[in-house]
Design a protein. Structure first.
Length: 71
């Protein structure tokens, strides 16, 4: 399990363990917060294609799917 500090999530770098469509490296470009100030979702941008994905930020904790940093 990847340890993630919610306040340091924005602009963090991630590597997909199972790349799809040659998209392996991602950057967190936006973090959405709920009315209580907690993080509800985040926006990932693929480095090569610039395609945007919206995911639940907790998915990044799964070390079988994501690696912290660009590997």
């Amino acid at each position: 399990m990847n340890a993630i500090h919610p306040n340091k999530l924005k602009l963090s770098k991630w590597t997909a363990r199972q790349p799809q469509h040659r998209e392996k490296h991602f950057l967190v470009t936006k973090v959405s917060r709920d009315e209580k100030g907690g993080i509800s979702s985040c926006q990932l941008e693929a480095v090569i294609s610039k395609k945007i994905y919206h995911i639940d930020w907790r998915q990044l904790r799964d070390s079988k799917t994501w690696l912290q940093g660009w590997q």
